[in-house]
Design a protein around this ligand. Structure first.
Ligand SMILES: Cc1cc2nc3c(=O)[nH]c(=O)nc-3n(C[C@H](O)[C@H](O)[C@H](O)COP(=O)(O)OP(=O)(O)OC[C@H]3O[C@@H](n4cnc5c(N)ncnc54)[C@H](O)[C@@H]3O)c2cc1C
Length: 360
């Protein structure tokens, strides 16, 4: 009987597996494919990311440093409104390598991390959970756990099997790359997509990424073609993925709990979830005790205490994406310039430092 079976080894699962193993728990982490693949993420993260990986990994993961963003209400030929900081706002990193690095950290901490194990069913009992996995070319295997951590991404099988609520909304994100070497230090954001945005991210030697996300029902391929035509580029390595927007009312039962995208722990105004998922994973590792189902209530309130005000604020910011264009232009003109906002903490918009900048 494992203390925890972790389903899915993305950032949230790998981080929880590592931290729970460091707490001395017996942890099995199952990944359906190969850790890190397929890619469906920009890997654009605040510099807080470096608190989660060993220093030695930095060189391998780092692609470019970003100091700000140019916002446009139209295409690349429309007026740009620059928001910037004098220090780095964020970094662009190799997302595939990030997942591998985090999984290695979990292994080093003592977690048993296995590729090629697709979890096909979980059955919750009063004192344990049965987990069934299909192993590529080898049939099925059964595992027993005191608790299961569902870290299996936006379309979570664990969430469904446990009867937990689906995210309020799921966006469809797409991205692709060109080989242009670009070390510039700003990303481009186009408010040209219904209720979200399109982007261009310079990735240093790794090329340039073009992408967007949109609510269901919008033709993301047509919107993507329009974006790349406006930039006059041909892209390759097209990727696509779901972005859950939450938070749901509940992310745990008696012996099953969700983390990361499975729990819709994302930023509603960017879709970013790497750091929120790992923040929640740390909350879970700190509070969840496999022999005490009531500890899951503590996890529920702990992660919400850390993230839900930011998520609420993120929803408010996102509303601005749907304002009429002239109002957007006025707002961008009024607010652009030097900022003191943390990319993962929209509440820092109201910080003394930022308000001072705004006034000045
Ligand atoms: C187009 C796009 C761009 C994005 N850009 C950014 C960005 O720049 N910055 C950012 O912070 N976030 C970004 N995100 C969001 C980010 O990718 C997610 O928030 C993050 O990956 C969530 O991590 P996770 O560990 O919860 O889930 P995932 O990374 O999705 O990991 C889940 C893992 O579970 C595995 N799995 C699924 N089902 C099973 C099963 N049945 N059995 C075993 N394993 C299973 C999957 O293979 C996967 O490895 C982007 C998302 C999209 C779609």
């Amino acid at each position: 009987m494992y203390d925890f079976v972790v389903v899915g080894v993305g950032p949230a699962g790998a981080r929880f597996a590592r931290r729970a193993a460091e707490e001395g728990y017996d942890v099995l982490a199952l990944e359906k494919g190969t850790v890190g693949e397929p890619l469906a993420c920009s890997g654009h993260v605040s510099t807080d990311i470096w608190d989660y990986v060993p220093d030695a990994a930095r060189e391998e993961l780092f692609e470019n440093r970003i100091y700000g963003a140019n916002f446009y209400t139209g295409g690349p030929d429309s007026d740009a409104h620059l928001f910037y900081k004098s220090e780095e706002v964020s970094n662009v990193i190799d997302r595939v390598q990030l997942d591998r690095t985090l999984a290695d950290c979990a292994r080093k901490a003592g977690a048993d991390v296995r590729d090629g194990h697709t979890v096909t069913g979980i059955e919750e009992h009063t004192d344990h959970v049965d987990v069934t996995a299909s192993i590529a070319g080898e049939g099925t295997a059964k595992f027993e756990a005191k608790m299961v951590a569902g870290c299996d991404g936006p379309v979570s099988r664990v969430r469904q099997a446990a009867g937990l609520p689906e995210p309020g909304e799921t966006l469809h994100g797409v991205l692709a790359f060109t080989d242009e070497v670009d070390h510039t230090d700003t990303v481009d954001v186009h408010l040209t997509v219904p209720r979200f945005f399109a982007w261009r991210i310079p990735r240093g030697e790794a090329g340039v990424e073009y992408g967007l996300a949109a609510p269901p029902g919008d033709d993301v391929t047509a919107l993507f073609d329009r974006l790349t035509e406006a930039y006059d580029v041909d892209t390759d390595r097209f990727c696509s993925g779901a972005i859950p927007i939450g938070p749901p009312d509940r992310v745990s039962t008696d012996r099953v709990f969700l983390l990361g995208d499975a729990a819709a722990q994302t930023k509603p105004f960017t879709g970013g979830g790497i750091l929120y998922g790992m923040t929640a994973a740390d909350c879970a590792a700190r509070h969840v005790q496999p022999d005490r189902p009531t500890s899951l209530d503590v996890y529920e309130s702990a992660w919400r205490q850390q993230l839900s005000a930011e998520i609420r604020m993120g929803h408010l910011i996102r509303r601005a994406y749907s304002l009429p264009e002239p109002v957007q232009r006025l707002g961008l003109r009024a607010l652009s310039g030097e900022i003191a906002v943390h990319m993962d903490k929209p509440s820092s918009f109201f910080s003394k430092a930022h308000l001072k900048r705004l006034v000045s």
